[in-house]
Ligand binder design. Structure first.
Ligand code: NAD
Length: 424
C-alpha cells in the first residue's frame, strides 16, 4: 500500500519504488520494508544569536537504509526543509548508491533555516550544535554526512571538528566534502559534472553519436553544470551552444569557450549576468527557451521540475542527461518516453558526486591520499559499469533508462535485505 504524502518528491520516490518492486515481483511486505526509513531523528537546534537572544531551529536526519552499508547523504540548510523532503532525499540516496553499486545506504539531513540571515559565527554555532545533536546516530561506520544545498566544505570542517572534540580522536571518515587540507578528496568538486559528461559519452555510444560532434545545452552553471560543460568542451570536444543560471540563459550556435564563461562567472560572484555585453556572440535567451533548443544533448543541471507536462513535447534534444535531482517531472517523463527521447536519469547521471564521496570516505578510513588520476580512473570504471548494467536491464525489459535504474537499485537493496534476513 502506498501512503499519501504531501511532499511531491516523496510521492514520486514512492511511485518509482512501487513500479520497480512490481516488475521485480516483490510482495507487499518487502515493498513496505524497502519504503520505510530505518530511522528518523528530529532535533532542536538552539543557538545564541550575535545580539544575545536565543533562537531555536529544527534539524532533521533520516537514515532510509543501511542494508548495503553505512547510510550516506548530504545536509542542506534551507528554509523549506521539511521532514518529508528529507525522507524523500534519503530514499533517493539509497537508490543512487545502489545503482552505482557502492557500499552505502541512503540518508539525508537538514535544518530549516535561511543561512543568508545568519552571521558566520551564528552559522558555525548552528552547525556545531546540530552536529552534536546527531552524534548518537552518525559515525564513519553508521552514517556519513556531506554538503548539500547551502552547505559547503567549511561547514563540513566545523561538523568534523565538533565530532572530534566530543570523541577526543581524529576520524577523517566522519563526513565527506571536507576541505582538501582536512582530508577532502582530489576530484570531488568536478565529480558530479564529470559523471554527467561520462554518461553523455556512454549514451552517445549507444545512439551512434560522436561526442566531438554533438551540440549541448546545459541548464545551470553551478557545481554540476559548470564542470559538465567544461569537461564536455575540453576533453570531449563537444560544442556547448547554450548555458544558463538563475539570472538568464546564453546561446551561441558556434559554441562557447567554457574557459571564458567560467572566468566571467568567477569575476562576477559565480553568475553569468551581463555575459552578452562581454561576449557579443552570446545571445541572451530565457531558461525556458534553453530547454527547447534544437540541440543533440540537453543537461538540466540546475533545479528540480524543469521539464514538465507543459514543455516536454517541445524538447528537441535527442538525449537528456540529468545533472540536477528531479529535473523531469512524472508527466514530463511520460511525454519524453512516448516520444522516444532518451533520458539518463538523475540517480545514475549525477551519481559521480556520491561516488567520489565514497572514495573520500575510503581514503579517510585508510588515512591515505589518492592521486587525481586514480580518482578519475576509478570514477570512470564505476560510472561505466553502472551505465552498462542499467542499459542492459532497459534493453531486456524494453523499459526506459529511468525505470531500469530503479529496477537495478531496488533489486540490489531487496537482495541485501533478504540475504541479511529479518532480525531477530
Ligand atoms: P549550485 O547552487 O552550485 O548551482 C545551481 C545552478 O543553477 C546555479 O548556476 C544557479 O544560478 C542555477 N539556478 C538556480 N535556480 C535556477 C533557476 N530557477 N533557473 C535556472 N538556473 C537556476 O548547485 P549544484 O550543486 O550545481 O546543484 C545543481 C543540482 O544538482 C541540484 O538539483 C542538486 O541537488 C543536484 N546535485 C548536485 C550534486 C553536487 O555534487 N553538487 C550532486 C548530485 C546532485
Amino acid at each position: 500500500m502506498t501512503e499519501a504524502y504531501r511532499d511531491p518528491m516523496l510521492a514520486m520516490a514512492d511511485m518509482q519504488l512501487k513500479k520497480a518492486a512490481e516488475r521485480l515481483g516483490l510482495d507487499e511486505g518487502m515493498q513496505a520494508w524497502l519504503r520505510t526509513p530505518e530511522r528518523k531523528l528530529e532535533v532542536a537546534v538552539p543557538i545564541r544569536m550575535d545580539d544575545g537572544s536565543i533562537r531555536v531551529f529544527t534539524g532533521y536526519r533520516v537514515q532510509h537504509s543501511t542494508a548495503r552499508g553505512p547510510a550516506k547523504g548530504g545536509i542542506r540548510y534551507h528554509v523549506k526543509v521539511t521532514a518529508e523532503e528529507v525522507q524523500a532525499l534519503a530514499t533517493l540516496m539509497t537508490w543512487k548508491c545502489s545503482v552505482v553499486n557502492i557500499p552505502f545506504g541512503g540518508a539525508k539531513g537538514g535544518i530549516a533555516v535561511n543561512v543568508k540571515e545568519l552571521s558566520r559565527g551564528e552559522l558555525e554555532r548552528l552547525t556545531r550544535r546540530y552536529a552534536a545533536s546527531l552524534i548518537p546516530i552518525i559515525g564513519s561506520r553508521r552514517d556519513i554526512p556531506a554538503p548539500d544545498v547551502d552547505t559547503d566544505a567549511q561547514i563540513m570542517a566545523w561538523f568534523d571538528d565538533t565530532v572530534a572534540m566530543i570523541h577526543g580522536y581524529a576520524d577523517p571518515a566522519v563526513v565527506t566534502g571536507k576541505p582538501l587540507d582536512l582530508g577532502g578528496s582530489l576530484g570531488r568538486n568536478e565529480a558530479t559534472g564529470r559523471g554527467v559528461a561520462q554518461c553523455t559519452e556512454f549514451a552517445c555510444a549507444k545512439m551512434g553519436l560522436d561526442p566531438s560532434k554533438i551540440t549541448v545545452a546545459v541548464q545551470g552553471y553551478g557545481k554540476v553544470g559548470r564542470y559538465a560543460a567544461e569537461i564536455l568542451h575540453d576533453e570531449y570536444g563537444s560544442k556547448i551552444v547554450a548555458v544558463s543560471d538563475v539570472t538568464g540563459a546564453w546561446y551561441n550556435p558556434d559554441g562557447f569557450d567554457t574557459a571564458d564563461l567560467s572566468a566571467y562567472a568567477d569575476a562576477h560572484g559565480g553568475l553569468l549576468a551581463g555575459y552578452e555585453s562581454h561576449n557579443p556572440k552570446a545571445q541572451l535567451i530565457t531558461n525556458e527557451a534553453l530547454l527547447t533548443l534544437d540541440v543533440d544533448v540537453l543537461s538540466p543541471s540546475a533545479i528540480e521540475a524543469q521539464i514538465t507536462g507543459r514543455n516536454a513535447a517541445d524538447v528537441k534534444a535527442k538525449l537528456i542527461v540529468e545533472g540536477a535531482n528531479g529535473p523531469v517531472t512524472v508527466e514530463g517523463d511520460e511525454i519524453l518516453t512516448r516520444r522516444g527521447v532518451m533520458a539518463v536519469p538523475d540517480i545514475l547521471a549525477n551519481a559521480g558526486g556520491v561516488t567520489v564521496s565514497y572514495f573520500e570516505w575510503v581514503q579517510g578510513l585508510q588515512f591515505n591520499r589518492w592521486s587525481l588520476e586514480e580518482v578519475r580512473s576509478r570514477l570512470y570504471t564505476i560510472m561505466h559499469d553502472a551505465f552498462e548494467k542499467v542499459w542492459s536491464v532497459a534493453q531486456d525489459h524494453k523499459i526506459s533508462l529511468r525505470e531500469a535504474a530503479f529496477v537495478v537499485a531496488v533489486e540490489r537493496v531487496a537482495e541485501a535485505l533478504q540475504t541479511r534476513g529479518l532480525f531477530p
